[in-house]
Design a protein around this ligand. Sequence first.
Ligand code: MLT
Length: 236
Amino acid sequence: MKIDIILTAADIQPEKIKDKIVVIIDVLRATSVMITALANGAKTVYPYKDIESVLENSKKSKSFVLGGERKGLKIEGFDFGNSPLEYTKEAVSGKDMFMTTSNGTRAIENSANGSKKLFIAAFLNVESVAKKILEENDDTVIICSGTDNNFSLDDALCAGEIIRRVKEKDRDIQLTDISLAMKRLAETSLGIEETLKGSKHFEYLKTIGFYGDMNHCFTMDMFDIVPEYKNGVITK
Ligand code: MLT
């Protein structure tokens, strides 16, 4: 079994993920939101690349919320933005959630075809994801969604932390050089926030008033669920 990493949503190529176990990460903040909403009782999360698909497909549900962002901010007419703190039990329990974000939902849609299984990860569920990878015991590709087609340090650090934990449990797992590099990054990290200081999306979210999201997104193992995307929908 081998673990590889794809560093941005733009780098997803069909042959790299064909028949592989795929793990998608968008720490800030799409996958953190999905995990939080499902842990708080949302029935489903339907991720789409565009606003039109969200509006069209939500018509099929009787009880739903619309969530997501453009440039980090709530989309006009939607119920919620992309802060995980909005997705409380009161807000989402028993509901279908229809969502679009700039990078995370795009990475999911781009990986939908060809992968064997597709799981959703963030710091919030790293340990459960590491165990799931070992349980599946098959070649795995971790996809860092990145930001606007660029490398994003928050996703890379999270990928490294997952790999660090997998390797800790089974030393024989093979790593590509990118996987090894991210594992070393996680091993030498002085803490998530300290490592991410100065990184682009982390600093941007602070400037638009979302520093409060960081504490939540950077809490490791708050939840023990590993959401799976299958046939267009994510469930836990
Ligand atoms: C995304 O999918 O691009 C992000 O979740 C953006 C954000 O932080 O809201």
